[in-house]
Design a protein around this ligand. Structure first.
Ligand SMILES: [Zn+2]
Length: 506
């Protein structure tokens, strides 16, 4: 046997408890075929001397938005604007005709209204997307096309979706270009597999035929597509199947290959903390607002019955209650071993909810970088009693709960090493300690971005550790994050997918 690639003199952190370290990795036909003495004497078409560099399994981002992140390239980014005038000036620079689309707006920093946007154009449609995806600001031209909605321009949740629907769909070519653009940055951060959080319809979809873009873009990264529950429709299946609603052809979780597959069914049950629409049992601090709960019980029950793994978006503790109650009901009606349902974000978890999450075997898919970027604000709106319950780490692990790390790119910084540093230190960019006692070790945080992500995406047989038989996806780091003084500052030297170097050089 001649190996395709042999990595030698590396510090390989395999994330496989049965064989935790190695120095040599042999790759053949896209898979790991052996470590150390298994492959040491085999010839290889290419041998790379890593000279002590650290090798980990490629990072898995278990909840991201590649297309949305790539879209920033062809919209006007207002994230750096700190005044209304700066935003308006940026929008005035929009070329051509048709819609003027802005992204990255943060209402907490700058209050923007339709009247402001009307000074940019009185006849073109203007849509400015907020950072979270749950809200936007539009001008009066757009508001006129939304009969029944009374607003000063700020729209959240279903009203935002109605405005967004006016500017859709994007073309497959445009979406493919967005994806390719986005993936370059993702690979530079050591990520080798992404779970795209909701395609086909719903909060962030770009087109009803957008899966074609993922298929045609031929991306140098693995992608799993979560399908929006909004595309479920009534089907005439045999009554023994118990399937009343499905997507066409009965496709569901697990269909596809290791490059592109169908993942979980994405269901939204509340909004977000940034837009103050995450559903809470007690109001946001100093207000009487408890957020917005979306009753998606039917989608959860129907999706479970049709064989889907569910990815239930629930940020506030009231939404987490709803998700847990409904997932338990779904299992009671149609028991399915290892359904492995997920709660996306799982942002505010009361102490009493931890045991239920563990009992139901639900996987929290968390975004630690939310708290690095926005934690100071979130802590203020939750108040002192609830702030330590946000995006937990240690409490989940102590309850035997598997966690998966993710970014929700472009909502927050997408770099796994940034998130891992936060999970270890629990320190926001503003220097605030958030959730003291929720710190976990670097190894545990790395596991959330490798083995945990693979488990959440039901791909642990192929991904998540450097183990013979698994796919040859690696990140090569200049330093060992377990001992480096600053985890987030460790340079990514190269990213390897299926034995091919797709970023950097080794
Ligand atoms: Zn998301």
């Amino acid at each position: 046997m001649i190996l395709d690639l042999k990595l030698v003199r590396g510090r390989v952190v395999t994330m496989d408890p049965l064989r935790p370290t190695a120095t040599t990795v042999g790759v053949w036909r896209g898979r790991v075929v052996g470590l150390d003495e298994d492959v040491a004497d085999l010839p290889a078409a290419r041998t790379v001397d890593l000279d002590g560099a650290t090798v980990l399994p490629g990072f898995i981002d278990a909840h991201t938005h590649l297309a949305w992140a790539g879209r920033a390239r062809r919209t006007i980014d207002v994230s750096q604007c700190v005044t209304v005038d700066q935003i308006l000036d940026a929008l005035r620079g929009a070329p051509g005709q048709g819609w003027i689309e802005g992204t990255g707006y943060d209402r907490r920093a700058v209050p923007l209204t339709a009247a402001d946007l009307d000074t940019v154009s009185a006849d073109r449609n203007i849509y400015v997307q907020d950072l979270s995806g749950h809200a936007c600001v539009v001008n009066s031209v757009v508001l006129k096309q939304l009969p029944g909605i009374v607003s000063d321009g700020w729209l959240t949740e279903t009203d935002r979706a109605a405005a967004h629907a006016l500017l859709l769909p994007y073309s497959i070519d445009a979406l493919s270009a967005d994806l390719r653009h986005s993936v370059r940055e993702v690979l530079s951060q050591g990520i080798t597999m992404c779970a795209e959080a909701g395609v086909g319809a719903g909060l962030l979809a770009g087109s009803p035929v957008e899966v074609a873009a993922y298929q045609r873009a031929n991306l140098p990264i693995r992608v799993q597509l979560m399908v929006s529950a909004d595309v479920l429709h009534a089907v005439n299946a045999h009554q023994d199947d118990g399937i009343t609603r499905a997507i066409d052809l009965g496709l569901h979780t697990g269909f596809g290959g290791d490059r592109l597959s169908i993942g979980a069914l994405k269901v939204w049950t509340d909004g977000g903390m940034m837009a103050r629409t995450a559903a809470l049992t007690e109001p946001y601090e100093g207000t009487d607002n408890t957020g917005e709960l979306l009753d998606e019980r039917a989608a959860i029950l129907d999706g479970h019955a049709a064989g889907w793994q569910l990815a239930v978006h629930a940020i506030g503790d009231r939404a987490v209650d709803f998700a847990l109650d409904t997932l338990a009901e779904a299992q009671a009606r149609a028991p399915r071993p290892d359904a492995r349902h997920r709660i996306e974000h799982c942002g505010l978890v009361r102490p009493d909810q931890l045991r239920r999450i563990a009992e139901l075997g639900v996987i929290p898919v968390i975004q630690p970088a939310f708290l690095w970027s926005y934690g100071d604000d979130y802590a203020a709106i939750m108040g002192a009693r609830r702030a330590p319950w946000m995006y937990r780490g240690r409490s989940f692990l102590d309850h035997g709960i598997t966690i998966a790390g993710s970014s929700d790119r472009p909502v927050a910084d997408g770099a796994p090493l940034r998130a891992i540093e936060f999970m270890v230190e629990r320190q926001s960019a503003g220097g605030m300690k958030i959730g003291p006692g929720e710190e976990i070790t670097v190894e545990e945080a790395l596991a959330a971005y490798t083995a945990g992500g693979a488990y959440a995406c039901r791909m642990e047989h192929d991904l998540g550790s450097v183990t013979p038989g698994k796919l040859a996806d690696f990140v090569v780091l200049a330093d060992d994050p377990r001992t480096a003084p600053r985890v987030a500052a460790v340079p990514v030297v190269a990213t390897i997918v299926g034995g091919e170097v797709v970023h950097g050089a080794v």
